[in-house]
Design a protein around this ligand. Structure first.
Ligand code: BG6
Ligand code: MG
Length: 219
């Protein structure tokens, strides 16, 4: 039985990955090197500081900065990222998301947002998504990044739902692993083969309904 759906934010409900990439690329350019879209892919689902390490490694600068300087570089990237976020509108909610969230609520599902991002609240407010969620767990409330199950386990605990009744929607392999480690089923969203360990994989939410979820997940 499924009573609760937990959604990752970036890459599942909204396509913020492009803004993360642009902001990291601008930082890399300021430091004098290029950060390619392929390298950008590897920051998906990864925490802010771990993403900074990926960027610095791409420029061969992983040992150049003190921890304090790294905090400042991450803050600089985040300021730029937030300039993009502050221009977002509900138009940027990915296709099929709103009908699915409304359908899940109509069937009495509890909905949780479970995101690694410290900017999750700003994004869901900009895009009009906050009213759909019973509980929000973001990067400010967890200390361990996915694939650690903390973010999902915390959400389920807050709503007193057993993990076996939860299904997690994720676009990153680390998120699918986090769901499995939390004892939850998962839906991989997107065509990336790295999502193959999810209980169910779908290309996008377009046309995807509560009934599709139940039949896909209960197999
Ligand atoms: C994840 C994104 O959701 O959040 C990552 O997929 C990002 O790309 C991480 O690095 C942390 O986000 P933020 O907004 O706290 O820098
Ligand atoms: Mg994601």
């Amino acid at each position: 039985m499924i009573t609760c759906c937990i959604f990752d934010l970036d890459g599942v409900l909204v396509d913020t990955a492009k803004y993360h990439y642009l902001a990291w690329r601008e930082l890399a350019q300021c430091l004098g090197f290029e950060f390619t879209p392929q390298q950008g892919e590897t920051t998906k689902g990864v925490s802010r500081m771990a993403s900074l390490d990926i960027v610095l490694r791409a420029g061969g600068m992983e040992h150049r900065f003190t921890d304090e300087q790294k905090q400042e570089l991450a803050a600089r990237k985040n300021r730029r990222y937030l300039e993009y976020v502050h221009r977002m509108t509900s138009e940027e909610v990915l296709p099929g998301v709103l009908p699915l969230l409304a359908g899940l609520r109509a069937h009495g599902m509890k909905l949780i947002l479970g995101s690694a991002s410290k900017n999750a609240c700003a994004i869901i407010d900009r895009c009009g998504l906050r009213p759909y969620f019973d509980c929000i767990i973001d990067g400010n409330q967890v200390s361990k990044a996915k694939p650690d199950p903390e973010v999902f386990a915390k959400g389920a605990e807050m709503l007193h739902v057993p993990p076996s009744e939860c299904v997690v929607f994720e676009d990153a392999a680390a998120g699918i692993e986090a769901a499995t480690r939390a004892g939850m089923r998962s839906v991989g969203v997107g065509d990336n083969p790295s999502l193959g360990k999810a209980s169910l994989q779908i290309s996008s939410f377009e046309g995807f309904t509560f009934e599709d979820l139940l039949s896909g997940i209960e197999k």
